[in-house]
Design a protein around this ligand. Structure first.
Ligand code: ATP
Ligand code: MG
Length: 241
């Protein structure tokens, strides 16, 4: 089964075209990166797949179910770009709350707690009130919350923004470990250099995909030595057309 199937998905806000004719087909067990500069439509695309934003046209399926339909978020995890956690609760209480919202029983939650806290290296802070954590630590709680219910498909919107380099490397190790266990990750980033860690990428510009494939395919097709140069070259070609 495809993890996501998107055909001709579009969304405008008045005169602003946020996403235009998006086509994406991602197999299960891949790390797929949606990349592009601020405002190119990455978050809007993800929100349409989650059923949080209604598309103007096009269709999208998530794990075989129509995006936004009843049950379409079963087995799906989401880390929003803006952290949405309960500041007055502890790390553990946040985790437990979101586990419950996602249908995990108390027993199932207890089995997951140590595993997800280990993945984000926050075991020792489990009893800290969220408002007492640093920005990067809060970010890690947000990642832990998105995967506490062991989803099959995880949407991560800019998971590495504001995360220091050692922790970022740690995040990527975590993503690969989860991918190797069969999880599909759809993530966004505007850091082109780190997108080489993805199995597949789609580069977006002004709501449209300008290149798609493995990072090395995209670089060799645009005769660029890195993804940043590839993006700049492809953008110039687009402008010429
Ligand atoms: N609710 C909304 N109302 C009006 N315009 C919106 C809304 N949501 C997004 N937009 C516009 O749609 C465009 C795409 O926004 P989006 O948030 O999808 O970009 P992005 O690629 O996620 O950017 P960033 O890298 O900054 O997170 C932007 O021009 C934005 O201003
Ligand atoms: Mg965004």
């Amino acid at each position: 089964m495809k993890a996501i199937e998107v055909n001709g998905l579009s969304k405008s806000y008045g005169p602003i075209i946020a996403v235009s004719g998006l086509d994406l087909h991602v197999d299960e067990g891949e790390i797929f990166g949606l990349l592009g500069p601020n405002g190119c439509g990455k978050t809007t695309a993800i929100k349409m797949l989650l059923g949080l934003v209604r598309p103007d046209s096009g269709s999208a399926k998530v794990l075989g179910r129509k995006a936004g339909s009843k049950g379409s978020l079963e087995n799906v995890g989401y880390m929003p770009q803006e952290t949405a956690l309960y500041e007055e609760l502890t790390v553990k209480e946040n985790l437990k709350l979101f586990a419950g919202i996602n249908g995990l029983s108390g027993n199932e939650y207890r089995k997951r707690e140590d595993e997800v806290l280990d993945l984000v290296n926050l075991g020792e802070r489990r009893d800290s009130i969220l408002s007492t954590l640093s920005g990067g630590q809060r970010h890690r709680v947000s990642l832990a919350v998105s995967m506490v219910h062991a989803p099959r498909l995880l949407f991560l919107d800019e998971p590495t923004v504001g995360v220091d380099p050692p922790l970022r490397a740690n995040f990527w190790r975590t993503f690969r470990k989860m991918r190797d266990r069969g999880l599909t990750i759809i993530m966004t980033t505007h850091y082109m250099d780190e997108a080489v860690n993805c199995d597949l990428i789609a580069m977006m510009r002004e709501g449209r995909i300008i290149a798609q494939g493995s990072p090395s395919e995209v670089m060799s097709r645009s005769k660029a030595g890195n993804l940043e140069d590839a993006f700049l070259k492809l953008s110039r070609e687009e402008v010429k057309v």
